[in-house]
Design a binder for this molecule. Sequence first.
Ligand SMILES: *Cc1c(COP(=O)(O)O)cnc(C)c1O
Length: 403
Amino acid sequence: MNTYGRFPLELVRGRGVWVWDHQGRRYLDGVAGIAVCTLGHSNPVMRRALARQLRKLQHVSNLYRIPEQEQLAAWITANSCADAVFFCNSGAEANEGAIKLARKHGHQVRGISSEGAGPLILTAQASFHGRTLAAVTATGQPKYHQGFEPMVQGFRYFLYNDIAAFEALLTECEKDGPRVAAVMLEPLQGEGGVNPGNRAFFQRVRELCTEHNILLIFDEVQVGVGRTGRLWGYQKLGVEPDAFTLAKGLGGGFPIGALCVKAAVDHLRPGEHASTFGGNPLACRAGLTVAEELVRRKLPAHAEAMGQLLQEQLSALVARHPSLAEGSRGWGLLQGLVLREDGPAAIDVVKAAMNQGLLLVPAGTNVVRFVPPLTIQPRHIREAVKRLEKALIACQPQTPSAN
Ligand SMILES: *Cc1c(COP(=O)(O)O)cnc(C)c1O
């Protein structure tokens, strides 16, 4: 179906941070399948692990115990605030699970009756939570709702990082008694423009959620699994959620998603939620391999150092081209170059970068996003920024000279 406005680029091969098109042209990959290919392309450890798993067992169903799934869940719970994990296949699906969990929490813990409009979930404007019906309703961007109404009931929106707006909405929703089941937030808004969460804001939201027994859910689909320089995005904020979702980087290119919960909110009982493919042996082997390599190669710390270098290089680039770009922001290897309102559009810079052999992805209309493999090295970052500079210059408006 015609659901994507695709670039006329056909990629056929990859190795590390490089990909090749069908004509043999090489591109430095600053996209990594949109924050997915954590270990780069065609990683030898991943290749061997998946080949071995394919020879052993690929899929059985959650009718049975799956040791690879138990091991991956054990790794996640040993290394995060979560105590239990539900596996699925994508970010949207993980968030759908979180939304079901939130509603059950609303009914069971907060005693919100299903009469009237039922439990509410509060999410941020400019957020992104996926494209399935409830996840897209949670997404606070009207452009993604348009044409698909009626949206799912029970969502309200507030301005990200704005504590007054959040408190006002919470007060209004709760004026006649308990109504709010959950608050769902990205620690850093990725798709919405690479907007890092504000610590004070998140800490206050945490306090209010604790006070009212409201579930605090973090969507870590883009920021989780080492990308920000910490294993989980919430560690950048010093705030623990009650539940968080993962997908993108978890399988390093193999589809897998996860809903991770603390024991106190582990509300779903047998039969209440399921997935045929979710957490199958092959997907969990991919996740386990990402986890093992993340630890062995200390990739979160590496992402932090490489992110610092990228940030320095982007700041210098902005200083050289103040008429085109106004700044850069982000955490670790999730960085955005912010273009000037009167400068080139992000999509045009992305296209120009492609001509220079560099893959990047827009985040909204005026931010160009870098989400490379976590294995990227300093020489690649310097090369990427060189290519980006050539792309920016190519986007400069061709004003006729004054004389
Ligand atoms: C990409 C993304 C999603 C959706 O993930 P899919 O795997 O495409 O369904 C959800 N939330 C965030 C924060 C994302 O970046």
